[in-house]
Write a protein that binds this ligand. Structure first.
Ligand code: ATP
Ligand code: MG
Length: 568
């Protein structure tokens, strides 16, 4: 944990965060007959992002941990914004994270009949009324937290009239926005959510599941708690912005059921990540306006974007575990997420050789027709992963940055008359270069020392630098997509003005003609993770074809965050 203990709600006790502690306590007290049933309630109006992953890990993870169950419930109460594309992507992403709802797939739209009946009951009991004012008028009467609101002129209309109007609202007799159903609670309540909240509005767009059966749709506050209740949810865990909604949540459940059982709402802090935005509205805008290539653009904080970029479920879970669940809003550093993926890929990614910015190296004393097979470690962290073959030849690609004609002191890479080791192979000494008419280096010449082959007896002569390389005749040209932060400021949501103006114009650099060793090219399948020696972690993109491999740079090797953590 980054934060030191400040108060009980942020304290880890027995390895459990405050939400888990509450669950354990409820179970120990035998609440709800000792049942634990959580739910994850996405609205299918966008793709899931890493913030949702934090909620999913809590909802599904705590059920898993304490022998309970977790429902997946689509909160599909607004047909204007929802789509099956989103439903499918949400299911795919939850499965990818490693969770399963089994036979507990629900839709808020399944409860439309019960919710409608409940609304009718409230009207009949004089606890709801149809308001014909505009949304502006209603907002103007809300008052402020310190001043009471003003009653609507429609507040005391007769029950019969309310019933008639609400039924006709649902038949489609009135225009969208012309009237709403409000709960009649208390226009002076210190909790603004109690000031006669709107519970139903007219929407005429057909619903993707219920078609044009309904013309009125319940608001979040009127659907959520009741849906939890219908499903027998015991713990309704959500983010802090719902704290002020909790009394209303409990009010409606009590009105509905008049029983001792009420699902318990517990709130934790949202995940917010630096250099990106988490609002679904803004993410949708980026997609719609073509400012990114789609929801799964590898720069997006969406789960499908992170997956395509090369993030693993393990790395996301590790990150969420590190930031923890508290009652404090925080801005989480993207470097910590990067640290998690680096650690995970370090354990699993196969090491291969690729040269990003190639220049030709010719070993003049190596026979032209000769080729050797060098066996390279697949992962030095895991000897059991074995080795793979890599051809060594007279002509090799090395990185342009690994050669300097006039090096400064302490430059341990290649320069005239200096020695380096070619990784897994021989020590070479630079003997000269060839330049074009512009003075750019076209070829570098060197001689190798046959007595220095790695792994052979007597080959342990030390030189300071080791370079990666790829054999010229067998190298495969691939495309590499290099990414930087999506936004150029740390917290785009906190800035004034249009968030799109804060996009980082250099967040994508496409490099063609990257030289990849042949074994890697033969084995690379979309989604595979590799470590390109000395460069970073790269993941095969689904845009790859048989003749054109595309790699996304997941993350570089250098971890500034690990250093920071050691210091603190
Ligand atoms: P909307 O503005 O459309 O409601 P939303 O991000 O809240 O956006 P939902 O589909 O309602 O989207 O979210 C499903 C669940 O995920 C909710 O319970 C919500 O609390 C949780 N969630 C959303 N964003 C985050 C976040 N950044 N961190 C943690 N949990 C989140
Ligand atoms: Mg929401």
């Amino acid at each position: 944990m980054e934060e030191k203990t400040v108060n009980g709600e942020n304290e880890i006790v027995g390895g459990l965060n405050f939400v888990e502690q509450e669950i354990v306590k409820d179970l120990a007290e035998g609440k709800n007959g000792g049942r634990l049933n959580t739910r994850f309630p996405p609205e299918p109006n966008g793709y899931l992002h890493i913030g949702h992953a934090k909620a999913i890990i809590m909802d599904f993870g705590s059920a898993e941990k304490f022998g309970g169950t977790c429902n997946l419930r689509f909160d599909d109460t607004n047909p204007q914004k929802e789509d099956t594309e989103y439903v499918e992507s949400i299911m795919r992403d939850i499965h990818w994270l490693g969770y399963d709802w089994e036979d507990r797939l629900y839709y808020a739209s399944d409860y439309f009949p019960q919710l409608y009946d409940f609304a009718i009951r409230l009207i009949k009991e004089g606890k709801a009324y149809v308001d014909e004012q505009t949304s502006e008028q209603i907002a103007a009467q809300k008052g402020t937290p310190t001043e009471p609101g003003t009653n609507s002129p429609f507040r005391d209309r007769p029950i019969e009239e309310n019933l008639d109007l609400f039924e006709r609202m649902n038949k489609g007799e009135f225009e969208e926005g012309s009237m709403v159903l409000r709960a009649k609670i208390d226009m002076a309540n210190s909790n603004m959510h109690f000031r006669d909240p709107i519970i139903y509005r007219i929407i005429k767009t057909p619903h993707w599941r219920t078609g044009d059966q309904w013309k009125v749709y319940p608001m979040y506050d009127f659907a959520h708690g009741q849906s939890d209740f219908f499903e027998g949810v015991t713990h309704s865990i959500c983010t802090l912005e719902f704290v002020p909604h909790r009394p209303l949540y409990e009010y409606f459940v009590k009105e509905l059921a008049d029983e001792s059982y009420c699902p318990r709402q517990i709130e934790f802090n949202r995940l917010n990540l630096t250099y990106t935005v988490m609002s679904k509205r803004k993410l949708l805008q980026l997609v719609k306006e073509g400012l990114v290539s789609g929801w799964d653009d590898p720069r997006m904080p969406t789960l499908c974007g992170l997956r395509r970029r090369g993030y693993t479920p393990e790395s996301i879970k590790d990150f969420v575990n590190r930031i923890g669940y508290t009652k404090y809003e925080a801005l989480n550093h993207i470097e910590l997420l990067e640290h998690s993926v680096r650690e995970d890929l370090n354990k699993t990614a196969t090491r291969v050789s690729a040269v990003i910015n190639p220049v030709k190296l010719i070993i003049t004393n190596y026979p032209e027709d000769k080729s050797e097979t060098i066996m390279m470690d697949n992962n030095p962290e895991k000897p059991e992963d074995g080795k793979h073959p890599m051809p060594f030849t007279r002509e090799l690609w090395i990185e342009r940055e690994d050669f300097m004609e006039n090096p400064p002191k302490k430059y341990f890479r290649l320069s005239p008359d200096k020695e380096v080791r070619l990784k897994g192979a021989y020590i070479i000494k630079c003997t000269g270069v060839k330049k074009n008419s512009e003075g750019d280096i076209e070829e570098i010449y060197a001689e190798y020392d046959p007595e220095t082959k790695s792994g052979l007896p007597g080959s342990d002569r030390k030189v300071k630098g080791t370079l990666h390389w790829v054999s010229v005749p067998t190298a495969v040209d691939v495309e590499v997509r290099d990414y930087d932060r999506l936004f150029s400021v740390e917290n785009p949501s906190a800035e004034e003005g249009d968030f799109r103006d804060l996009l980082n114009p250099d967040s994508l650099v496409v490099r063609e003609g990257v030289k990849l060793e042949p074994w890697a090219a033969q084995h690379a399948k979309p989604g595979d993770h590799f470590q390109f020696t000395r460069l970073g972690y790269y993941t095969v993109d689904p845009d790859s074809t048989e003749n054109h491999l595309v790699f996304n740079k997941t993350i570089g090797l250098k971890d500034t965050w690990a250093k920071e953590m050691k210091k603190s």
